[in-house]
Ligand binder design. Structure first.
Ligand code: HEM
Length: 200
């Protein structure tokens, strides 16, 4: 409002105006059209995710406990913890914690990769394709983790999980799950990951 950035000729002050040398307020660059988030939403997502990064293991454990609460039948797919029948066993299991962390680290890499869609797709497609090797896994199982993920994020973020933030997480997890499904369906399970390209 009332910003005089248009003064780009005939400066009357003559001297070097410090303000003129400063970057304008951050106007987010347009997001990649393949990303279903606006540039502002992407920024909010990445900022909010920092709160999850600090509680990655616990968020992952909560997510899996919720998954097994809702879909006990999925437990049998997990060789390392299919014996963990009660919630208490699951909460205390190092194997479950380790797997929860692996999955959360994958989401972490995916979300941090939202700035570069080529890298994002390569990576998430690859993870989706890895699931082809899991005996008994069906592609539709990916969607079973949508609600547990959102519930676990809400638990970790507490008050920071505003309506706006919730909306952004919903879009993001749908996008990631869609991409995992594509990766699974197109299934080159040995796909090599391209070296990350850095753009400035
Ligand atoms: C956000 C979605 C998910 C992500 C990012 C994800 C990621 C991963 C990753 C990175 C691995 C390790 C793969 C490897 O090292 O070969 C894995 C393994 C596995 N995933 Fe997923 N996964 C997701 C959802 C699911 C869901 C919903 C199920 C439910 C059935 C599932 C079942 C499995 C199983 C059974 C394994 C093998 C575990 C083992 O025995 O080590 N995944 N997942």
């Amino acid at each position: 409002m009332g910003c005089s950035l248009a003064k780009n000729s005939g400066s009357k002050s003559g001297g070097k105006n410090k303000d003129a040398l400063q970057e304008p307020p951050p106007v987010a660059a347009p997001a990649d059209p393949r990303l279903p988030l606006t540039a502002k939403q992407k920024y909010s997502m990445m900022a909010s995710w920092k709160g999850i990064s600090r509680a990655m293991e616990q968020t992952g454990i909560n997510m899996f406990i919720k998954l097994f609460e809702e879909h006990q039948e999925l437990l049998t797919l997990f060789e390392k913890f299919r014996e963990l029948k009660t919630k208490e066993d699951q909460v205390n299991s190092m194997e479950l914690a380790a797997h929860a962390t692996t999955v959360m680290n994958t989401l972490d890499e995916g979300i941090k990769g939202l700035d570069n869609m080529d890298t994002f797709f390569d990576f998430v497609h690859h993870v989706g394709a890895l699931h082809r090797k899991i005996p008994g896994f069906k592609v539709e199982y990916f969607w079973k983790i949508e609600t547990p993920f959102l519930t676990a994020v809400e638990q970790t973020l507490g008050d920071r999980y505003t309506e706006n933030v919730e909306n952004i997480y919903k879009i993001t997890i749908k996008f990631i799950l869609d991409t995992l499904v594509d990766g699974y369906n197109n299934g080159e399970s040995s796909s090599a990951r391209k070296p990350a390209q850095t753009t400035t």
